[in-house]
Design a protein around this ligand. Structure first.
Ligand SMILES: CC(C)(COP(=O)(O)OP(=O)(O)OC[C@H]1O[C@@H](n2cnc3c(N)ncnc32)[C@H](O)[C@@H]1OP(=O)(O)O)[C@@H](O)C(=O)NCCC(=O)NCCS
Length: 152
């Protein structure tokens, strides 16, 4: 969060996700004090002549005592850059971090129903009925870490 790109990350989250449900970053942080600081923050960065531009972002919350899977949150891509594969690259980076480096057994998210095809195309499974969050219908989606290749 001390990275200079954090300010752009927050602006993007507010534009694409938070403002539409009546929140800004302070309101989001107040919903779960300390969570923002606990997360790892991922940004997709575009090299622009005037400097780096954040065009996508997501956060990763480590597993807890009650939840063995890590939670992927705040996944969003600049509205003008959606459909270019940026979201997919972000999720691949998160899976590589979680499974390859942290040894986490799985990932989950609360997916807006409209975004479910995005996760399905990445191999994620639906793992709950519909529930409401921030006034929007969601389902839990998740993916388990790949099994290690069997040794012969
Ligand atoms: C959902 C989101 C993060 C996807 O990022 P993206 O960069 O646009 O996705 P990609 O370009 O990597 O798309 C990968 C595939 O998912 C599909 N996809 C992406 N978003 C989709 C959506 N909302 N509905 C249906 N399919 C979608 C794409 O068509 C693409 O399919 P293809 O490979 O067959 O062409 C982005 O569209 C976004 O920010 N949406 C608004 C915020 C949001 O809904 N966030 C998720 C909250 S749970």
């Amino acid at each position: 969060m001390s990275d200079p790109l954090y300010e752009q990350e927050v602006a993007l989250r507010e534009q694409v996700l938070l403002n539409s449900v009546g929140l800004d970053i302070e309101g989001y942080k107040a919903m779960a004090p300390g969570r923002e600081e606990k997360c790892e923050h991922f940004v997709a960065v575009f090299d622009h002549p005037k400097g780096e531009r954040v065009v996508g972002t997501a956060t990763l919350l480590a597993p807890t005592d009650d939840e063995p899977f890590a939670k992927v949150m705040q996944v969003c891509v600049d509205k003008q850059r959606q459909g270019e594969g940026i979201g997919t690259k972000l999720m691949i980076a998160i899976e590589a971090r979680a499974f390859g480096e942290m040894g986490i057994p799985g990932l989950y998210c609360h997916a807006q129903l409209a975004a479910m095809p995005f996760y399905e195309k990445l191999g994620w499974d639906t793992a709950s009925d519909v529930f409401m969050e921030a006034g929007i219908e969601h389902k839990r989606m998740q993916i388990s870490a790949p099994k290690p290749a069997e040794s012969r």
